[in-house]
Write a protein that binds this ligand. Sequence first.
Ligand SMILES: [Zn+2]
Length: 156
Amino acid sequence: MSNKSIAFAADRMLGRLAKWLRILGYDVIYGRHLSGHGLIRAARADGRLILTRDRSLARKQPPPFLFIDSNDYIEQLRQVLRAGDLSPGAGLFSRCLVCNGELQPRSKESVAELVPPYVFATQERFSWCSRCQRLYWPATHQKKMLEALGKMAVTR
Ligand SMILES: [Zn+2]
């Protein structure tokens, strides 16, 4: 399964899992409205695989779903990657963590007015979410996320 061919709908109890899947570049919808029938409807609309901790969901005739066993987000992430036979890494930092939009590269010149002077002076690569207008650059938070992923031992 490639990163492009799978999309997820995470139930509202799985916010941390959703965030880490987005860090790895996977398409994940997540929000307070995503539980029970709302989750089923949203997953069906886009052909998404449901990720859920809700045991009662199975009785609601859902589309394909993966029941998440653990309460721990690292274990949850491992379970999803294992179940989908996914190789994370290629899509790392390619998706907006806030709205799930795909990021596009932006030239340094084009962000001069948009970022703090220190950031402009010290960063060379920028990307942009056209959906929610957020700018991203590989600052310390990405380094911390990479370190965290290394500790989780989920990237190969
Ligand atoms: Zn966004």
